[in-house]
Design a protein around this ligand. Sequence first.
Ligand code: 13P
Length: 264
Amino acid sequence: NKISFLYQFDFYIIGDNMNIIFANWKMNKSVEEAIAFINDLNNNVSEFGDDEIIISPPFTTLSEISKIKDDKIKLCAQNMYFEDKGAFTGEISPLMAKEFCEFVLIGHSERRHIFKEPNQLINKKVLSALSHGLKPILCVGETEDERKKKKTDSVLETQLKACLKNVSENQIKNVMVAYEPVWAIGTGKTATPEQAQEAHAFIREFLTDMYSQTTIRQLILLYGGSVKSDNAAELIKEKDINGFLIGGASLDPQLFTEIIKNSK
Ligand code: 13P
């Protein structure tokens, strides 16, 4: 009884059988390793069905991957700065990301916690991505301590409100939100399907205060945090889980393909 997505992106009609499966490689893989992965995944595109498969590789591999990947594989930048160009050593701009990617991850938990990115900066990045025609995946999620103190809802509320400030009704249609509880990332502790569904339902409900119900009913909500081939099937059954953001288990093409198969 999943929601039927009638409209989301410019080009797609997202239907009941369509899930969005993201591989976030984080800081892993040389160019050679990335090419080997993509060659392998190219041979498995028949397993994708209606699913949208998106790879978020290190920037250094984007150019080579874009030359060899099957058209069914889409690319996502792991981060970007909000300015177009200039003296910002170590950063990449939306214009650079756009040369290879349709999507960009914004506010990933590792950006928030290791690199101390605040909500205000994340908001600037979301707005900049949208204004350049890049589709942002806004990541939100609570820490273990916040969950224990029963602050999950208020943390999500604060993050969503601040990070989506000034994002219009029309623009939100090009945003996906990823719920990634910090305590589940890279820890092997997956949120139970009930915990994930509860958070996703809360996010959808909260956003209907900011946008119309029709729009938010169609918003794609991804779950991330220790997704593996053996827990994907249960998680994807939940009504408000429309896909996954996968870290560790996305590094091996066979394991990743197994998750795609088990998410049907
Ligand atoms: P893991 O799948 O390794 O827990 O990472 C999740 C994540 O951060 C995806 O963006």
